[in-house]
Write a protein that binds this ligand. Sequence first.
Ligand code: PYC
Length: 434
Amino acid sequence: MSTDVSGRSSRFGPRKRIPKARYSAFGLLRRGIAGKPWPPLWRRCELAKSYDVVVIGGGVHGLALAYYLGRNHRIHNVAVLEQSYIGSGGSGRNTAIIRSNYLTPEGVRFYQRSVKLYENLAAELNFNVMFAQRGHLTLAHSDASLRTMRWRAEVNKLIGVDSEVIGPAEIARLAPFLDVSTRTRYPILGALYHPPGGIIRHDAVNWGFARGADAFGAEIHQQTKVQDIEVESGRVTGVVTNRGRIATPIVVNCTAGWCTLIADMAGVRLPISTSPLQAAVTEPVKFFLDPVVVSGSLHVYVSQTDRGELVFGASVDPFTSYSTRGSLAFTEELAGHILELMPSLARVRVLRQWAGLCDMTPDFSPIMGPTPVEGFYVDVGWGTYGYKAGPVSGEQMAALVATHQTPDLIAPFGFDRFADGRLLGEKGAASVGH
Ligand code: PYC
């Protein structure tokens, strides 16, 4: 008899897969001619009385975890609980940038694996996630930031991640609309160029993982809010939701924005504070910007979608809040900084702005792994980096849940590092200053 994740009775059977309609040009043609609609991506299920694993949070992390539990470990009796609709939190609010040009060796290795998984994700999930590896430029406007770029480039290269420091002439070749003259208030001295970086269609990633997780048996429960986590004699026994109680030996907190509130329910206090991060999108314009452009000193980043819209972001708001509303102060400041970089955008109109919530840790690195409460795991504290890590954290957390062994790739990010003083400072790899 095989053992289950709690090491008790076995309910994990052989690999199980619910057949899904295959997406292809031929399939599209066939259904178009026959007038046959595509089936729903995932099932709607009644909430069961118990699950082997309960994942809290229906964003890319929770959905990827459910997918890899089924795909890699044959753990199918899984519920993903989402208080709203899937991808309604950070997974649908981020600016969709993917990269692995981090500062610490631990961070670079981890995100390197994530980029690899993202590269193959469309084929893996049979879902077009539109990953466009158009390159990523982090501009340096001072000697100090140029020094950090060189440091990042060296760490990246040692680990096998393609990054190098380039000068203004090469920057102008890659992004001709940037003002690389020395007449500006913050002249561009150089940049960290990271060719594998790019942008992705974040909703497609969420839906693709949801469909994949469903195919491996996981149940996705939207509009299901966790109200309490039951702990007896130091171990998890169940979860109370607005739709009833669930018995389970394993709960994984994959939430962003609400991660401290969920952890508090299990009696685990996280060293995290939550702040909004705002973003905006313009009307579509003719395609002119290939790479993602980031300026830490000017606190902006910009990319152009395949449809031509410019997507902008800035640093996190300088206060803690759960608000996801945009503010005029953000738009004004953003516009001022963008025009310093690309004066020709002066007449482009902003269509929409919004905010997501970022859970900031003291060292700007996430917290992944077990907690002092047996059966209660966390995959939280992603700050402004969460979306880049969706597939890899799902894959690695699934291995941890299934084997009770912390995989090497995530071992440095454990909850215990704060007590042990093993911080992993990734502030220098943030897109913008904080
Ligand atoms: O780390 O690349 C990044 C990023 C962009 C927006 C938020 N984080």
